[in-house]
Design a protein around this ligand. Sequence first.
Ligand code: NAP
Ligand code: ZN
Ligand code: ZN
Length: 396
Amino acid sequence: MTPGRPVPPPLAKPLPGTPPRQGTAPLEGANQPAAPTAPRLAAAYGATATGSGLVPLTVSRRAPKDDDVEIAIEFCGLCHSDVHATRGEWGAQTYPLVPGHEIVGRVSRVGAAVEDFAPGDLVGVGCMVDSCRECDSCLDGLEQYCENGMTGTYGAVDARNGDAVTQGGYATSVVVDRRYVLRVPENLDPAAAAPLLCAGITTYSPLRHFGVEAGDVVGVVGLGGLGHMAVKLAKAMGAEVKVFTTSESKVAAARELGADGVILSRDEAAMAAANRSIDVIIDTVAAPHDLNPYFRTLRRDGALFQLGLPSGGMPPVNPGALIRRRIAYAGSLIGGIAETQDMLDFCAEHGVVSDVEMVGAGQLNEAYDRMVAGDVKYRFVLDTSTLGHPSEKADA
Ligand code: NAP
Ligand code: ZN
Ligand code: ZN
């Protein structure tokens, strides 16, 4: 709980399912709900070893079970977590590993018990595809904090599906239990909506948890995929936004995104001028960095949410910086399923999407290098129509 701030009321519980939707018309030409008996091969790109880069692969997708939704993926965002994971920066991985957890596409087949999705629906999948559905966190709609461990969209052991290792969204299709599938509002551009499934919800959740509203001052550290979404979402919530960036080239761009102030974080005088001016900081930096200068910019009862998960250690936090102003140093992991739907609906209402640069399969490795260099405004999105066709035999 953030000191001095009310916790927002719990969001609607996502389980066991929403009422059937009315009048959903299948897309012309989309697969009709044929007997869901056969697994399908999907063309994909992924890593085969720590240093392999991304190469063409073929993955097998299970035949939809009763509660499953099969999705023809159209777009998938490139998150910095995909770089950390495929390059082994977060420790040992199971290869081959197809990354991607910012998935948008159209439903192609549904299982017999699925009433809330139909072929042709525009849907999304974020960072998790299952959780225990029984623990307090799951029952509170906070499946990302599942006390038995949520099942990540890629690289995770899928206990309900024969302990198969999940493979992500740099692929032409995926099969996911309906409880973890989101409805993407049709008024959102599907490619620009894809990054909402991770970058959007990961920044929306702590802003909501802190209860950000008009009159609050939000600081955003790092203007990449997560950071630019934090700016847009905080502005849409009515806050004043200050961006901290290491990149002089992003100063004007930050203002174009809606930032009211931009501070070059390596400029000590500019940092000192921001002393005690901010209520909550959303820190999205993907590399180790010193947080103490940011604590000084917070007002009493402020909070810093660290969202970035660098592979290296961080410089130590000075407890005095926290104690003197009753400052909270917190972390936050993506968001629950109901909260993710809430975020998508909020974005549809406020016209919020990501600023994207489209890439084809052959540009994925270059896009990773550019992301690490901070050279993207602000999210690469893979057009899965460039993935080609699956081979006759699955690699994973
Ligand atoms: P990104 O697009 O690469 O943006 C990260 C930004 O951090 C960069 O644009 C840059 O902004 C800043 N930065 C990078 N290297 C830096 C360095 N050496 N020194 C200072 N600043 C640096 O990455 P992202 O996809 O937004 O992800 C950011 C982090 O969040 C990653 O670690 C990712 O794994 C993590 N993540 C966490 C969650 C969660 O649930 N908590 C969810 C998704 C991602 P400037 O150029 O403006 O300085
Ligand atoms: Zn992500
Ligand atoms: Zn659970």
